[in-house]
Design a protein around this ligand. Sequence first.
Ligand code: EPZ
Length: 427
Amino acid sequence: MEVIRVEGGHPLSGEVTVEGAKNSALKLMAATILAPGVNYLRNVPNIADVHVMGKVLKCLGAKVDVLGVHELRIDTSSVDSWETPYHLVEQMRASTAVLGPLIARFGKAIVAMPGGCNIGARKIDMHILGLQALGVEFNIDHGDIHASAPHGVTGTTVSLDFASVGATENLIMASVHAKGTTVIDNAAREPEIVDLANMLNEMGAHIKGAGSPVIEVTGVDKLSPVDHTVVGDRIEAGTFIAAMAGITGDKLTVKGFEPLHLGLVLKKYEQMGISIERGDREVVASRSGDIRPVDIQTLPFPGFPTDMQSQTMCLLSVAKGTCIITENVFESRFMFASELQRMGSNIVIKGHHAVVHGVDGLQGAEVKSPDLRGGAALVMAGLVADGVTTVSAIHHIDRGYEGFVEKLQALGAKVERVQVPDPEIVE
Ligand code: EPZ
C-alpha cells in the first residue's frame, strides 16, 4: 500500500498556489445538469472527488471531457437519466448534490441514501424536509431516495434548523425553475455557496442574497450553459499556512484564494502568534516566536471552519499552554486527536470539546488518516515531529488535495509517497 513518509524538522518557505475549491467544484459540476448544452469549468482541482463526480455525470448521460489539467468541458444536453447508483454515492456523499438539479430538470430523482463517514452520520434530513416544503415527495426504498414533484416545484419559505451547506445548495438548485419565489432562511453563507449562485445567475437564474442568511430564488424557465472559473480553495490555503506555522520557517506566500474567505482563521492565527500579511488573492505568513494557545469553536461561515479544525489542533498541540477546541458542526470530528496522541500530544476529549495541553514537541510515529482534513493534519504533524512519521490511508488526502506531497516538497519539506507491504491481516 502507499503511505506518505515525513521527516520532521525541515522548515517550509517559498510560494504555493492553491487550486480551485473542491467544495465548490463538485456542486458546480452537478449544477451543469440545469443548463443543457456545453459548459466549461476552469480552475477545477485535479482530485479524486472530481473524478467521481465526473463518473456520476457520465452515469446520468452527460459527456465530460478533461480539456486541461484544471479544465472540464461538460455537455449535459444528453443527460437522460435521473438515477445515481449507490457505488458512486458510497464513494462520495457529495454525489447527493445532483438531487436538486435532477428534480429541477426532470421533476424526479433517485439517489442512493448516503452512508455516514468517519466524521459523522452525515444525514440529509434537512435536504428532504426543505424539498418537501417545495412540493417534492419522497420515499426511501431499499436504500434509495425516490424523489418526485408530481405537481412541479412551488416556491415557498424554507427555514433550515442548521445552516447546512449541502441543504442550502440542493434547495437553491431545486428552485431555479420553481413556480414563484423560494426563500431559504438560515441559509449557509460559505464562499462556495456564493460561487454556485454566481454561476447559476450567469446561466440565467435569479438568485439574490447568496452569502447572507437569507437567499431568494425566483424561478425562471430556462438556463443556458456557461464558462465559469471555480473560486480558490480557502481550506487548502489554510492548510498550507498551518503547515508552515507548525515549524518556524521563513516567509510562506500562499496564492490563488481570497483572504476574506479565511477571515476568522487568519485572525485566530494572528492571535496564536503567526504573522499574516493579506494581499490581493494571496497571504504572506511567517512565525518566529512561540505558538500561543487560543480557544477555537467551529461554526458555519463566517465562523471558524470545521474543515480547518484538525490542522489547527495540530498547531495548538505544541502551543505554550492549554486551550479548548469545540467542534459544533460534526458530531465526531476528533478522530484526528486519537492519532495525534500516538505522536505525543496531550489532548483530552470531552464530548464536543477537546482540551489541548501544549507539549514541547511531537515524536514521529506510524499513523492513519481518519478523514481528508485529518490526514493532511497528520502530514503537518510529521513536519513538526522529531523523527520519521508514516501516514497511511492516504486515499483520504487524495480526495481533496492535488499534489499535496509535491507542493510540500517544493516548500522544503522532506516528504514522499512510498510503497510499503500491506499490513499482515491477523486471522
Ligand atoms: C460540506 O459538507 C463540505 N463538503 C464539508 O467539507 C464541510 O465540512 C461542511 O460542508 C461544513 O462546512 C462538501 O461541500 C462536499 P453540512 P455538508 O450539510 O454539506 C448535519 C471536507 O473536508 N446535517 O453543512 O455535508 C451534518 O451531519 C468536507 O471538505 C444534518 O444533520 O455539511 C453535519 O453535522 C468535510 N442534516 C452538519 O449538519 C442534513 O440534512 C453540517 O453539515 C444536513 C446536514
